[in-house]
Design a protein around this ligand. Structure first.
Ligand code: AMP
Length: 431
């Protein structure tokens, strides 16, 4: 099969790496890809994966390229092209594409849509209100004692969420988003949720319009610094499985979330084929959904795909074709840990073009895979090209072994200003 992957981050490197292991893959491309993706080869015939310089948001060019190469399967990594309707466009032109359609992408592109859906179909979530009026929004914050989370409705690069401790902060947040337009048009409407205390975990489920297959648990580390301090980032590291949810509890969450989710989609005429990634807070009153994402998590993908035993081409094909019920997801018993190495300054300003060394030594360690995110090839050398640079991932017989292995690999790698958290998976080891 000829396969095109769209995107350029660590998630896409993990997708390419896993798809390239499939006996079905005979030729692969990635648009636009990164330096790590360009190094991958197919298991079947050792053919290199070719990176194509087309942006993930340039739908007409992507379509023309996929048509020219007669792609058998297109796999979409990031949320933006999904929200722009890439799946609808490619399907209209008779191409097979994996990812959610534009209507289903609303679960991520509109927090108001998601919140209303959760309330309508009885999916456990935070007490919340949705507003287009500043005065009404502030009044609602007051009913929560000001301890709330104000969220811009639309996509805001993961930044449109402001956590408030009191009414003054809440009013400031409402003003920033709705009046100051800190996140542009994304903030014309807001969702205001009660602040939930608890442990946050990530869930993933692969869906085919009728069936949802749940993944094991994982946990991300959103803050930039150790002990969950510093600014919120795209994610500084993940591990799987997490001890905070056992198999029985996971099945219970699936029951309370996935069952009404799929039922609601059918009722609303949403054909949900792709990945559903709910953010879950485990509160003392049970699990509550904070938000829905409509694609693989980054860096959750790195730990999931290193644990997945199935052929990913077959799974994504089944998800796109509506035949997922025939497949059983199989996972390695080993644990996986991914440590993100970021550019100094991230998530604030950072510089690019720093030479990265030690990648080969790190990749040679047993059970280790270094996924690239913000990297590029310049004058024959791999250099930094983004905020999150690498996802250093390792498998181990248990979490501690995987954690030790991931940090041993991190120690092999150098670039100027490199920053990483030293406590990925640490929380899970003191339980
Ligand atoms: P979201 O994009 O909605 O997942 O929000 C980003 C982050 O803000 C989440 O990963 C949580 O850490 C935090 N967050 C969001 N909603 C809440 C809430 N209702 N209570 C506490 N923390 C929240």
């Amino acid at each position: 099969m000829k396969i095109l992957v769209i995107g350029s981050g660590g998630r896409e490197h993990a997708l390419v790496w896993k798809l390239a292991q499939s006996a079905h893959a005979t030729q692969m491309w990635c648009a636009p890809g990164n330096a790590g993706i360009a190094h991958e080869r197919l298991a079947k015939n050792s053919a290199p994966v070719e990176c194509v310089n087309i942006s993930a948001e340039d739908l007409p060019k992507l379509l023309a390229f996929a048509q020219e190469k007669k792609m058998d399967l297109v796999v979409v990594g990031p949320d933006n092209p999904l929200a722009l309707g890439i799946v609808d466009l490619f399907l209209k032109h008779g191409l097979k594409i994996w990812g959610v359609n534009q209507k289903a992408a609303q679960f991520e592109s509109s927090k108001v849509f998601s919140q209303k859906f959760m309330e309508k179909y009885g999916i456990p979530t935070a007490a919340a209100g949705t507003f287009s009026d500043v005065v009404a929004a502030k009044k609602f914050c007051a009913t929560l004692g000001g301890k709330c989370v104000v969220k811009a409705d639309g996509l805001a690069l993961g930044k449109g969420v402001l956590i408030c401790a009191n009414q003054t902060e809440a009013e400031k947040a409402v003003d920033e988003i709705m009046v100051g337009k800190a996140f542009g048009a994304a903030g014309a409407n807001v969702v205001i949720q009660e602040f939930l205390e608890g442990i946050e975990v990530s869930m993933h489920a692969l869906c085919d319009g009728a069936t949802a297959k749940i993944f094991p648990t994982s946990q991300d580390h959103k803050r930039a610094l150790d002990n969950d301090e510093g600014l919120i980032t795209g994610g500084m590291g993940t591990y799987s499985p997490t001890p905070f949810l056992n198999d029985t509890q996971l099945a219970e969450v699936a029951n309370k979330v996935l069952e009404p989710f799929m039922r609601g989609c059918v009722a609303e005429g949403i054909d949900y084929r792709g990945l559903l990634y709910p953010g879950v807070m485990l509160t003392k009153n049970g699990p509550k959904i904070l938000e829905f994402n409509a694609r693989f998590g980054d860096p959750e993908t790195q730990v999931y795909l290193t644990r997945l035993e199935n052929d990913l081409v077959e799974l994504l094909d089944a998800s796109a074709s509506g035949t997922l019920a025939k497949h059983e997801l199989k996972w390695k018993h080993e644990a996986s840990v991914c440590v993100i190495m970021a550019s100094g300054g991230y998530p604030g300003n950072y510089s690019k073009g720093k030479i990265i060394t030690g990648l080969d030594a790190a990749n040679k360690l047993p059970g280790t895979k270094v996924f690239h995110a913000g990297t590029a090839l310049k004058d024959g050398q791999i250099v930094t090209n983004g905020g999150r640079v690498l996802g250093v991932t390792a498998l181990g017989k248990d979490l501690r072994t995987a954690q030790t292995a991931a940090y041993a690999a991190v120690e092999c790698i150098q670039f100027e200003g490199a920053h990483f958290r030293r406590d990925i998976a640490a929380k899970a080891l003191v339980v």
